[in-house]
Design a protein around this ligand. Structure first.
Ligand code: ZN
Length: 447
């Protein structure tokens, strides 16, 4: 009969009969790597495999079988269904070396169920052996270490997530302040933006205001790393450029979805004496059923001849990926270089965009009509000269104060008309209002 011998220095030599006369029947292998069955733990990432609710096979000779009740007393115990054998989890993975007496619980597998239980049973003896106790202690240390590492990892992970969320919240606040200033057309920067400045500009003052009500923004501004505050001029420009890119992308998408579109181009000299061409696009929103008109870009016009201007327009249409064949009209002022039907910009544009009908800008046309009408009708000309003189008179500080005072007297319930910031008539509406107010005021005091 084959036997498996297990000897410990501190315990009596135990000669255990294994079942059957064939060694292979009780011992699957003498090497852990090659002989360990695959249905028990394969590594430290697995827990001890302890199958329940199965029928454990009975030994043919004595009718004994393994019982899942043994897991309760021996947490280290593993059972292989394929081998019908018990193994020791800590000894397999945490034993310093394989002693011959350990083999039955490490590589061979223990199956002598008749001698397994009881005070002097094989399982109790193994659990009290010094090598098993050492391995079990190492296993317990490993488990504790794993738990603390998991706890540290989860703590770090939560802190990491919080930091990401706070960073996003802060950056979104910066973006919203930039958008607010851009939408309201107010300057971002102050003349002096240092800490000791009394007015650091709209952008920094708005951040300061928000930080009084938002702890995340406050912490970032006052206690965050100074290289990640995102308030520098460079960052402002970069964020605005990204936002503009996003808006432009949406407009371009809408134009493509609309199918057909028109362009409006005008040129003007900017404050740095550079000629700039402005490009605007008009299209019909099919879903809303209304016309949209959007500014697209300024283009620097180094040369102002018709060929250069038309090439700038073509280049812009290509840059923004507009389908040239779907441009159905082009609107400019009446300057001959733009409107000329022989070699003007409109003619050259129609060479690459044949559907683009030229439209003389209606606002420019109206302006020309008004100027020509006033010049042609002497009475109208005199009227506007008189009106201009009246406006200049009323705009002088002494007369203006008197004018406001008289308005309050004759119309106590109405807000008086005031002209404070302009030396010239701003527009047709101002002209009418001024005339009306002056006439009413004079009428009130003359009668
Ligand atoms: Zn063990």
């Amino acid at each position: 009969m084959a036997v498996v011998t297990e000897s410990e220095p501190n315990e009596p030599i135990d000669m255990e009969p294994e079942f059957g006369s064939n060694n292979n029947e009780g011992c699957s292998s003498r090497h852990v790597a090659n002989g360990t069955p695959r249905d028990i733990a394969k590594g430290l990432e697995d827990k001890p495999v302890q199958p329940h609710n199965i029928t454990f096979p009975k030994n043919k000779e004595n009718g004994r079988s393994f019982s899942s009740m043994r897991y309760q007393k021996h947490a280290w115990l593993e059972y292989s269904v394929s081998k019908d054998a018990a193994y020791c989890y800590p000894c397999r993975f945490f034993s310093a070396g394989i002693h011959k007496s350990d083999e039955c619980f490490i590589s061979i597998g223990y199956r002598n169920w008749k001698n397994a239980t009881g005070r002097t049973g094989r399982l109790v003896k193994h659990s009290l052996s010094q090598r098993h106790l050492n391995a079990a202690a190492a296993w317990a240390d490993f488990e504790n270490n794993q738990q603390s590492q998991h706890s540290i990892r989860s703590t770090l992970s939560q802190a990491w997530k919080d930091q990401i969320q706070n960073n996003r919240h802060y950056l979104m606040t910066i973006v919203q302040i930039l958008l607010y200033c851009a939408f309201q057309e107010i300057a971002l920067r102050g003349h002096r933006e240092g800490e000791d400045s009394q007015n650091r500009g709209n952008f920094l003052k708005l951040i300061d205001l928000v930080s009084r009500h938002d702890s995340v923004v406050k912490n970032k501004i006052h206690d965050g790393p100074k290289n990640a505050i995102y308030t520098s001029h460079g960052i402002q420009d970069e964020l605005l450029a990204l936002l503009a890119k996003k808006v432009l992308h949406k407009i371009c998408q809408a134009v493509k979805e609309a199918g057909f579109y028109s362009i409006i181009v005008d040129e003007s000299r900017d404050s740095s004496k550079q000629e700039q061409m402005s490009l605007a696009v008009r299209y019909v929103d099919i879903e809303e059923g209304c016309v949209h008109e959007h500014f697209i870009a300024f283009m620097q016009a180094e040369h102002q001849d018709a060929e250069s201007l038309s090439s700038y327009i073509k280049q812009a249409l290509i840059t923004y990926d507009f389908d040239i064949n779907k441009m159905v009209s082009q609107g400019y002022d009446g300057a001959s270089i733009m409107s000329g039907h022989c070699s003007g910009v409109q003619t050259r544009v129609r060479e690459f965009a044949p559907l683009a009908v030229y439209i003389h800008c209606y606002a420019h046309v109206l302006n020309l009509v008004l100027v020509d009408s006033v010049r042609s009708v002497a009475t109208a000309s005199e009227f506007f000269v008189l009106l201009e003189a009246l406006y200049v008179l009323v705009s002088s500080s002494k007369i203006h104060a008197l004018f406001v005072k008289l308005q309050r007297q004759c119309n106590p319930n109405q807000q008086p008309l005031e002209f404070k910031n302009s030396q010239r008539l701003v527009g047709f509406a101002d002209t009418l209002l001024l005339t009306q107010s002056v006439v009413h005021t004079m009428h009130f005091f003359l009668l």
